[in-house]
Design a protein around this ligand. Structure first.
Ligand SMILES: [Zn+2]
Ligand SMILES: [Zn+2]
Length: 148
């Protein structure tokens, strides 16, 4: 038998430690490490709050996302009538000026998927390079500003 063989235990979601952010009911994200008896280690925060904390997965600007589509005021030239049931699935944080790196709160508006699709088409956001390729190509913010 190998000395350090650890058989990972599966902990059901409901038995995992909770995210410590007040009001969050999700379980802590798994670290990917195990104790000697195979018990997995969990973070103090759920996946979403880990991402917010470290500003990854787009959460550097998604924190400004509201829980409704802001186009209910008709800012895109028509009024949104989408029924929001699952904000997490239906709502996007949109960069108003189309610059994916301008994370100024004033440049972020919340749009449902329907309105977002129309806005993207209207303003031709797709003509600017995507967030990922921009970051990859240019590196620092200074350079990126010049290329837009
Ligand atoms: Zn959480
Ligand atoms: Zn909408």
């Amino acid at each position: 038998m190998k000395k350090h063989e650890v058989i990972p235990k599966i902990i059901p979601e409901k038995d995992r430690p909770r995210c410590t952010i007040p009001g969050c009911t999700k379980s802590g994200a798994a670290f990917g490490y195990y104790q000697k008896d195979g018990t997995p280690l969990f973070r103090k925060y759920c996946h979403k709050h880990v991402a917010i904390k470290y500003g990854t997965n787009g959460w550097d600007y998604k924190i400004y996302r509201k829980d409704y589509c802001e186009n209910i005021d008709g800012r895109l030239g028509f009024n949104c009538t989408t029924n929001i049931i699952e904000p997490e699935l239906q709502l996007d944080a949109d960069h108003i000026d189309g610059n994916p790196l301008n994370n100024d709160p004033k440049n972020i508006q919340t749009l449902c998927k329907c309105c977002h699709a129309i806005k993207t088409n209207q303003s031709q956001d797709y003509l600017t390079l995507g967030r990922r390729s921009l970051k990859k190509q240019m590196g620092g913010n200074e350079l990126i500003e010049r290329c837009i």
